[in-house]
Design a protein around this ligand. Sequence first.
Ligand code: FAD
Length: 362
Amino acid sequence: MNVVVVGAGLAGPLLAQGLSRAGIDVALYEREAANQSSQGYRLHIAPEGDLGLRACLPSTLYDRLLATSGKRGSGWRLLDPHLQVVREMLVTPVDEEETGRHLTVDRLTLRQILLTGIDVHQGASFQRYELLDDGRVRVFFANGVVVDVDLLVAADGTHSRVRTQLLPHAEVVETGQSEIFGKTPLTDTVRELAPAAALDGFCTVVGTDGRFMPLAAQEFLSGGEDYLMWVLGAPTRLFPVDLSTLDKAGLWKVAAELVADWHPSLAALVGLAAPETVHTTTVRTAKTVPHWETVPVTLMGDAIHTMVPQGTSAAVALRDAALLCRRITERTGSLLDAVRAYETEMLEYGFAEVERSLRSIS
Ligand SMILES: Cc1cc2nc3c(=O)[nH]c(=O)nc-3n(C[C@H](O)[C@H](O)[C@H](O)COP(=O)(O)OP(=O)(O)OC[C@H]3O[C@@H](n4cnc5c(N)ncnc54)[C@H](O)[C@@H]3O)c2cc1C
């Protein structure tokens, strides 16, 4: 049996790890060159993501992941624009062996670990597939590569081209929010400027007009270049220009200006960022899709249930990978039955999480 996975973000490499550990022939295809990041820096992984990582990764890689993760801090706090704590949720100690851990990782470090030992076909952009009469699937890439496999798995993110072909009726819609994000080296000056809550877990500064600013330090347990990650989010109409027309320096300037009337430390923290780390994105959400007739093509992560970022979507993507891996490797019936069982379960918890994430902005 052989599997092609499209997309080497988070879910794709984890599935590749799990399947290859089980001796299944799996190939991973990614359109970008190595180490591209336009999806943020510090990544919070909720406990179900930790369970997925634990299930699929060899213990050496999982241990490396823990060793290179960041200090967790005591919890999450909501601050007003004067940096007063309005609400807090402290993480209570639980038996993490069973429930999974909250992890704070650097995205590039995590991806390097996830890709260790996996042969990635880099620069290979998925184009289309054809279902074959023998029950297999033919996959076409833009670089001319064509492969026939038993299963095609899409982990190609929010704009999934595989989803567009498999489920042309599935909708991903804009929420009307935009974000600018970047990272600021965690120097002594930055430690002094940063709200205490950003150095002890995660915090979000929230205004009354829809502006919000998540902030959190990434302090590596095993040493590294610590930084403060920040995001500036707001209804798109509050940004003075079309962000897609700006270069990194322009985005950086707009981000600092957007919080100019808040506590002065916030604009100062943005001002100390390295401009080349600044990116923008719009916030999108998937609409619920009813289960389709299962074929040897399936979807994981943002490719099927992209959602408003609120600290759980990466974990849901990793959970998908672990669940699909388990359904395939422990199956007693056909491969299609295993894929159908995965899809039934994934659609239920995936879209429940989409609904929950929408409530965070309503
Ligand atoms: C600024 C920001 C911060 C975030 N922070 C958090 C957080 O702290 N916690 C959290 O849970 N979530 C967070 N998220 C969301 C999280 O990043 C995603 O949910 C997660 O990355 C989804 O993983 P994935 O594997 O499904 O897709 P992705 O990580 O998006 O990976 C998709 C991959 O597919 C590749 N690809 C796309 N099209 C093709 C193609 N045609 N052919 C080949 N390859 C293709 C892409 O290049 C990419 O590598 C954040 C998102 C943003 C934008």
